[in-house]
Ligand binder design. Sequence first.
Ligand code: PMP
Ligand code: GLU
Length: 402
Amino acid sequence: MGILSAKLSAVKPSQTKAMTALATSLKEQGKSIITLSQGEPDFATPENISRAAVAAIHAGHTKYTAVAGIPALREAVVKKFQRENNLTFTADQITVGCGAKQLLFNALMASLDEGDEVVFPTPCWVSYPEIVKLAGGTPVAVETRARDGFIMQPADLRAAITPRTKWLMLNSPSNPTGAVYSRKNLEELAAVLREFPDVWVLADDIYEHLVYGDVKFCTMAEVAPDLANRTVTVNGVSKSYAMTGWRVGYAGGPLEIIKAMNTVQGQSTSHTCSISQYAAVEALNGDQSFIGKFRRAFEQRRNIVVKMLNEIPGLECNTPDGAFYVFVGCEALLGMTTPKGQKLATDMDFAMYLMEEAGVAVVPGSGFMADGFIRISYASSEDDLKNACAAIGDAVSKLTRA
Ligand code: PMP
Ligand code: GLU
């Protein structure tokens, strides 16, 4: 009998973390690598937010807090949901955890019995199927297509729902495709959900503020208020406020599930760091003007990267509406041979080739349940992005077809 549980043996480590760890270790060995494998803004956390954290330390806010988060933060989240999403919650309908990732985990741990199903569109974030499995559930992937802009089609959702379906997990803007669900897209999915009153919605809005051009963000509970009593809306400060390391996410939803999520958290991490919670209060209540600044910078970077990548023969990508990823088709390069004589059979082989030959860390599409792609995060400096795209172009030009 081995030490690992059957449940854990089925769970894969995060590919985004694995590729980034490999890049870091190669860098430590002296190799020059541009890391585009982790979705993390390169900006520093805004100064007012950092100052609030320092003040919290000096004020002695260094003790355990309430499991659901300090009252000031829950109030700030109530205001944020009202102001930006037209969602009305009371403070006890809000819970705060160690990043949006933990809120998703808490929601699924609190609700899934063995064999319960969670439906989500693919390509999806690496952690979705694995968190579902950790919580004892069964992931049900619904494939979306590039020609539909990677938007889940209502008929495909309907076909995926069974009597065991507990949740639809929906991430917009999407990691890894950058797809943004419009009001109409959400209305169409809501119409399907009305046919299945026992299916809940887990809305992952972590990239809310990162939408470009005249694209508008909306979320399910806002578009379909009649579904709010079975929707949990998850968000956080990581991406919008350049606060990935602070580990603050939050969720709003019906009292019953929020209470159960607090029980999961109270018996695991207790709560996120007290100091980070004070920083998050300042993030949500303080000056918001840098969000627009971040957004403009990301939009410009997106345009550069999409243009440069589409000029490389064998690679193709659409212009994503949101988040900070491009999901690049590399199918045409599979089967080609590297200068060292290796045949590229999979997107993983291609990603490893880019790491070695171009010195660029990306994540293979297979990590997102979509073979034949690589994901590039453009949350890096313009110089790094231009150098990385040029190096990818050089590496691709060295491939030959036998
Ligand atoms: N959802 C998606 C789709 C993500 O890409 C991320 C990024 N890690 C998260 C949730 C979690 O973010 P965090 O835990 O840093 O709030
Ligand atoms: N969400 C980011 C990504 O996909 C951060 C890493 C992670 O948590 O997976 O790269």
